[in-house]
Every structure is written in C-alpha cells, then in structure tokens.
Design a protein around this ligand. Structure first.
Ligand code: FAD
Length: 412
C-alpha cells in the first residue's frame, strides 16, 4: 500500500461521505491523499440515502452535479407525512436559492461510488478498500500515521509519513479513540433506536408518505426505486420486547402506522431481515491533536432525525479542505489550522444536534410513549400545512443547514 510519500500527504481513515468528499477535494487540489475503507465495497443497507440541497450545491460548484443526477435517484421537493391519518407538509424546498432545490434520494453506496469514480480521475487520489485503520502511529507526541490491517489479515502495516491524518471513520470511530480524543466527549442521550428493513412496493399507484406517525409508532419510508427502505423508530432498548411479541405482531404494527403496506409486510418472514441500528448523538470537545483531525460523525455522531448527518459530514469535509489545502501545499498542517476547522464547524454542529435532541426528546419520545390515539396533526403542523409560505423556514434549515460551505479551491 502506498501511504503517501510526502510530508504533506494526507491519510484518511473512513470512506464514508466525510472521508470521500475530503479525499476528492484534496486530490483535486493536487494533494496526495489515501482513503482507507475497512469494507470491500460501499454496499451496506444501513446508510442514509438523503443528499440535501446543500450537498447538491457543493456538487454543482464542483461541476459534478449533472453527472451525479444522471445516476438513478428520486427527488423530494416537499417533506410530507401522515400524522394520525392526516396529511401534513412540513417543508417546501422548491424556493431554496440553490440550483437543485430538492432532496435527491440515492442509496448512499451509489453516492460514494460516484465520489470514488470522480476522485479516481486525479493522480493524487488513492483509495484502499479492505483497509482497516486500527491505531495511530505517534512520533514525539504528534500523530504521524496509521496502523492498518489489510484484507482482514491479522498483520498490520504502518502507513507513515502522513502530513496529516483524518479520522472520518464514523460514529464508532476507533481512531478518535486511539488518539485519545474521546477522553473528553459530550454524550447527548437519545431515547430512540431504529429498526431498518426493506419492503417491496405495494401495487402501482399506491404510495407511502415519507413520514408516518400514529400513537406509539413512527415509520419512515425511503423510496429506493423498486422497494422502500423503511425505518421503524422504537424506544431505546425496546427491540427485545418487540421480538418477543413475534413477527406477526410486528407486521401488524407496521400496517397500523402505514396501512398501504398491508400487502408488502408478508415479505418479512425472518428477524434477520430486520436490523437494529443503535442511535446516538455525541460530540468531541476537541476534534484534533497535532497531526490528526476528526470530521463527520467521528467528531460528532448524528441521529437520523432530519436526515442531515450526511450533509453535515460533507460540510465538514468542504470546510476542512478550504482551510487546509493552501496550508498542505506548503507543508504539514499546524495545530492552529486544525483548531480553525473545528472552530468553523462546531457551531453548526451544536445547532444541528440541539435540533435533533429537541425533536427526539420533545416530539418523538412523546409519540412513542403515547397510548391514546392521535386523531390528527397538532396545530403547528396544521398551520404549516395550510400556509405554504411558512414551509420555507423549515425547508431552509433542513435543506441548507446552518452555515453552508462552498469549496473555494480552484480546479486543477
Ligand atoms: C439509523 C440511521 C439512519 C440514518 N439515516 C440518515 C439519512 O437518511 N440521511 C442522513 O443525512 N444521515 C443519516 N444518518 C446519519 C448519517 O449516517 C451519518 O451522520 C453520516 O453517515 C456520517 O458520515 P461519515 O462519513 O462521518 O461517517 P460514516 O458514514 O459512518 O462513514 C464512516 C466510514 O468509515 C468506515 N470505517 C469505520 N471504521 C473504519 C476503520 N477503522 N478504518 C477504515 N474505515 C473505517 C466505515 O465502513 C464507513 O464507510 C443516519 C444515522 C443512523 C444511525
């Protein structure tokens, strides 16, 4: 494995949205970069699918959006749902001041494949699949490289001489841990977990709203072409109880919240088809130490609420590239440079996580605990639905996020 021959080269642990976008941007600017991805492909079901307008705008600014949109995807222009059987619209994205005012629903593996294909056009880009970063290599207190296990072999090899190591290995980041950054972490509790499963589409012409809410149940259906990728939100730790009630009872629960799936749930015949995804929200107090910077979920694990974690990870990557490319062209990045990236991204992270914490504690938990039927949407949702102008505000937050970033480095 070529781990980068120059002192200003960059090693990125993790080929998720944060790692791949940063890898793309650095390589585009001519900085030698190696992305290490522990899996052999990007093909895992439990990745989010939502590419928001802020990310589409980044792709536009990089000249990639046209090619991106030729890949199979669906579009959400309005965030709609059903609350107690009443149709609601929460956000209207069509007025956003961007080139693509919609959410593109694309399986994340296609998005990552796309970024990898585009990045491979640059000689400075290297992607190592089946390469798991297992530890940091330190010299004189600075992080200088990574220990990497390749192809599942127990032997590790040292990838040294990195001018900078990036921890982009997600919410269970080993690298942030091995680098000692998790000694100081803010855990923001979350009362929910998610059951994740595929269901076939019902008969033609029958559609399922994106969000479905009844007393005790929240169900999200992401349109993935010929099937729905479904998220059944449960109270944290509640999966054992649901399993104990048996699959027929679980199928009934789904139909109660999404009646149009009555003909589809029969496909669920084994608990192996249902994956438990543990949700957490946390953030590092310090995202960096000399020679190492954490971005994306490795710096701040995001809940699925709002489907904004991918986009926040992309924004981190853009901010890091903007700050670090001019520096790395001259030599290694200083601790002050890394601190500047955290300073820029910490506030958007706090605001976004606060929104997620509020939504999960004040809305979702209450719905999950509720036993009396919900007979219709609460008045704020009714108001939003009836006054389309109001839908522009949540659209802005959802679609563009807080402090959207724009790539500034010139094309090669
Ligand atoms: C149930 C659930 C559903 C979600 N749905 C959505 C959604 O619809 N939309 C949305 O925007 N966000 C969603 N999120 C949040 C979103 O998944 C994350 O915020 C986002 O993926 C973070 O991107 P990342 O690149 O930082 O990390 P990740 O996407 O987690 O990528 C990390 C990558 O690093 C690799 N890796 C891990 N360890 C190592 C290692 N040691 N060495 C090398 N590689 C390693 C992993 O295989 C992975 O490819 C969801 C979260 C959950 C829990």
């Amino acid at each position: 494995m070529d781990a980068g021959p120059t002192p200003s080269s960059v090693l990125i642990a993790g080929g998720g949205p944060a790692g791949m976008m940063l890898g793309y941007l650095l390589a585009r600017a001519g900085i030698e970069v190696t992305v290490l991805e522990k899996h052999g492909d990007f093909l895992r079901d439990f990745r989010g699918d939502t590419v928001h307008p802020s990310t589409l705008e980044v792709l536009y600014e990089l000249g990639l959006v046209e090619r991106f949109l030729t890949r199979r995807h669906d579009r959400i222009e309005r965030a709609t749902g059903s609350v107690g059987g009443e149709a609601v619209t929460i956000a209207d994205l069509t007025h956003l001041p961007v080139h693509c005012p919609f959410i593109a629903l694309m399986p994340q593996w296609d998005f990552l494949d796309f970024l990898a294909d585009e990045a491979r056009q640059f000689r400075a880009f290297h992607l190592e699949m089946n390469a798991e970063a297992v530890d940091v290599i330190e010299e004189g207190g600075d992080v200088r490289g990574l220990q990497v296990r390749c192809g599942g072999a127990s032997a590790t090899l040292d990838a040294r001489l990195a001018g900078l190591v990036i921890a982009a290995d997600g919410r269970s980041s080993v690298i942030r841990d091995r680098a000692g950054l998790t000694r100081d972490i803010e855990e923001i509790g979350t009362p929910i977990d998610v059951l994740w499963m595929r269901l076939p589409k019902p008969a033609a012409g029958v559609s399922i709203p994106l969000g479905n809410v009844v007393a005790g149940r929240i169900f999200i259906a992401l349109n993935r072409g010929d099937y729905y990728q479904c998220a059944f939100v449960i109270a944290k730790g509640g999966f054992d109880e649901i399993r104990a009630r048996g699959l027929p009872a679980f199928r009934d629960e789904i139909v109660r919240v999404a009646p149009n799936l009555a003909d589809s749930v029969g496909e669920l015949t084994d608990w192996d088809q249902v994956k438990l995804l543990t949700v957490k929200i946390d953030r590092l107090t310090r995202w960096h130490r000399p020679g190492l910077l954490a971005i994306g979920d490795a710096a701040h694990a995001m809940s699925p609420i709002g489907g904004i974690g991918i986009n926040l990870a992309i924004q981190d990557a853009v901010a890091a590239a903007n700050r670090l490319i001019p520096v790395l062209r001259r030599g290694p990045a200083s601790n002050a440079d890394l601190a500047a990236v955290q300073k820029r991204r910490e506030w958007p992270t706090r605001v976004t996580q606060s929104f997620q914490a509020f939504a999960q504690n004040q809305i979702i938990q209450r719905v999950l605990e509720r036993t009396e039927p919900i007979t219709g949407a609460p008045w704020p949702l009714r108001l939003l639905t009836r006054v389309p102008l109001l839908q522009r505000l949540p659209a802005r937050f959802l679609g563009l996020g807080v402090r959207p970033e724009h790539p500034v480095s010139p094309a090669p």
